[in-house]
Write a protein that binds this ligand. Structure first.
Ligand SMILES: [Zn+2]
Length: 421
C-alpha cells in the first residue's frame, strides 16, 4: 500500500495573470490572410517537423491575441511578412516597449477566452505517458488535442535540461525511487507503466485546478511516501514529483517546460540513498530520510537554468519571433526593472516572485553566457556546490567575483543582442 504522508515544498511558475483582456470576434477574411502568411513563412523558411508544428500553433494563437490590441491596417501589414525574421521585426515594431509585458497580457487574454468549457469532461482524468512523465488531461480539452506534441516537447525539455548540466547519472538514480503521483479520486495511475514518472496535471480552466493554481499558470511540488507491502508495518521511501499547469493552448508549453526545468533540477540534485534504504515506519522516519538527501538550491540557478532551456533550447528556439533574449535583457538595463547581478544572486524566492519577469530573463542570459564561455563542468560544479553562499561558491569555481561577472556578461549581451537563436 502506498500512502501519501506529506508534501514538502512547492516552487511556483513565473508567469502570473493580472488582468483580463477584451475578446473581439475575428473576421473570416483576416483569418485567411493570417493562415496564408503562416503557410508562406513555413515554405520560405523551410520549416519542417516540430518547427512547423510550433510555428503554426503559436502564430495562429498570437494573431488571435494581436487582433484585440492592434488595428486592422497594422494587422494587414503583419500578414505581408514573407519570413519568420520579417514577421518578428514587424511584431516587435507593433509591440514596442510593451514587448516585455507581452507574455503576461497574452496569457490573460487566453484565459479570459477559455472560461467556457463546453464539451470538456471535468469529472474524468485520462492518462498517457512518455519516458519521464505521466500526463493527466481532461477529455475534450486543449491538452488532449495537443497531447502528442506535449509529450514530445516535454521529453525534449527534460533531456535538454539534464544535459546542459550533465546530470544524467544523478537523475537516473533518483528516478529509481520515484513513484507516480495520481489524482486523489483515483487509487493509482491506471493504464500507466509501474515505473515512476513525474506527474503532469493539465487543467483546462483555473477552477478545475483551484486547489493548486490560485495565482499562477503552473507550479511544481515534491513529496515523499512510504511504499509498504500489504500487512507490513514498515516500507521503503519513495519520492513524488508533480507539475500542475493551466493548459490553454500551445503557449502553455512555455509554462510546462519551465516547471519541467524545476523537476529535472530537483531530481538531479537530490540524493535518494537514505530514503530508498528503509525500512521506514512513519512520518518522523520519512521526514528524516527525505531531508538526508535534500539540499536547497539557490533560486538563481533554479530559475536561470529553467528559463535558459526555454529561451535557448526549446520553446524560443522553435519560435524566434520575439527579440533575442540578449536584446530583451539589455533593454532592461535602462529601466527600473533591471536587477544588478549582486542582488540577483543574493535574493531568495520571495524577491523572485515579486520581480519574476526581469529575474528569470536576466538569470537565463547569465547561464547562457557561463555555458558558452566556461563550459558545462564549471556550471555543474556550481550547481552541485553547497548553497550556503552561492556567490562565494561562484568565486571559488570560476576564479572571479560577481562584479567581474556582471562586466563580462554585459559585454557579451552587447555582442549577442542581434542574435536570433
Ligand atoms: Zn519558476
Amino acid at each position: 500500500m502506498i500512502k501519501k504522508l506529506w508534501t514538502l515544498m512547492g516552487i511556483y511558475a513565473c508567469i502570473c495573470v493580472f488582468a483580463l483582456a477584451a475578446l473581439l470576434p475575428a473576421q473570416p477574411a483576416a483569418v485567411d490572410a493570417v493562415q496564408a502568411m503562416i503557410e508562406r513563412v513555413i515554405i520560405q523558411d523551410k520549416l519542417s517537423g516540430d518547427r512547423a508544428i510550433y510555428f503554426r500553433a503559436l502564430t495562429s494563437q498570437l494573431f488571435e491575441y494581436l487582433r484585440t490590441v492592434i488595428d486592422g491596417a497594422s494587422l494587414k501589414t503583419l500578414c505581408l511578412a514573407g519570413t519568420g525574421a520579417e514577421l518578428g521585426r514587424l511584431v516587435e515594431k507593433q509591440l514596442g516597449q510593451s514587448v516585455l509585458d507581452f507574455g503576461q497580457k497574452m496569457f490573460a487574454f487566453f484565459e479570459a477566452r477559455t472560461v467556457e468549457t463546453k464539451g470538456v469532461d471535468l469529472k474524468t482524468w485520462r492518462t498517457a505517458d512518455s519516458d519521464h512523465f505521466a500526463f493527466y488531461y481532461r477529455p475534450g480539452s486543449a491538452a488532449e488535442r495537443d497531447l502528442d506534441f506535449i509529450r514530445r516537447s516535454s521529453e525534449e525539455a527534460f533531456l535538454a535540461m539534464v544535459s546542459c548540466l550533465g546530470l544524467e547519472a544523478e537523475t537516473q538514480k533518483t528516478f529509481r525511487v520515484l513513484k507516480t503521483d495520481a489524482p486523489q479520486e483515483q487509487s493509482g495511475p491506471e493504464g500507466l507503466s509501474p515505473q515512476g514518472r513525474i506527474a503532469v496535471f493539465l487543467f483546462p480552466v483555473r477552477a478545475d485546478g483551484a486547489k493548486t493554481l490560485k495565482f499562477t499558470m503552473g507550479n511544481m511540488s515534491f513529496g515523499a511516501t512510504i511504499a509498504k507491502e500489504p500487512g507490513a508495518e514498515k516500507g521503503v521511501g519513495r519520492l513524488t514529483a508533480r507539475i500542475n499547469v493551466l493548459y490553454l493552448n500551445a503557449f502553455s508549453l512555455a509554462v510546462l517546460h519551465h516547471e519541467i526545468g524545476h523537476a529535472a533540477l530537483f531530481l538531479g540534485h537530490y540524493d535518494p540513498t537514505v530514503l530508498a534504504a528503509g525500512p521506514l515506519g512513519g512520518e518522523a522516519d520519512l521526514k528524516k530520510a527525505f531531508f538526508a538527501g535534500y539540499k536547497p538550491l539557490p533560486p538563481f540557478l533554479h530559475e536561470g537554468v529553467g528559463d535558459y532551456v526555454i529561451y535557448f533550447q526549446t520553446f524560443y528556439k522553435y519560435w524566434p519571433l520575439l527579440p533575442p533574449p540578449a536584446s530583451l535583457s539589455l533593454s532592461l538595463r535602462t529601466t527600473k526593472d533591471f536587477i544588478p547581478l549582486e542582488t540577483l544572486l543574493r535574493e531568495g524566492a520571495r524577491f523572485r516572485a515579486q520581480r519574476h519577469k526581469a529575474y528569470s530573463l536576466e538569470a537565463a542570459t547569465v547561464i547562457d553566457y557561463l555555458l558558452r564561455a566556461f563550459g558545462r563542468e564549471k556550471l555543474r560544479a556550481w550547481f552541485l556546490a553547497p548553497a550556503a553562499d552561492s556567490r562565494e561558491a561562484f568565486k571559488k569555481i570560476y576564479g572571479f567575483g560577481v562584479k567581474e561577472l556582471e562586466e563580462k556578461w554585459t559585454v557579451d549581451l552587447k555582442a549577442k543582442s542581434d542574435f536570433r537563436p
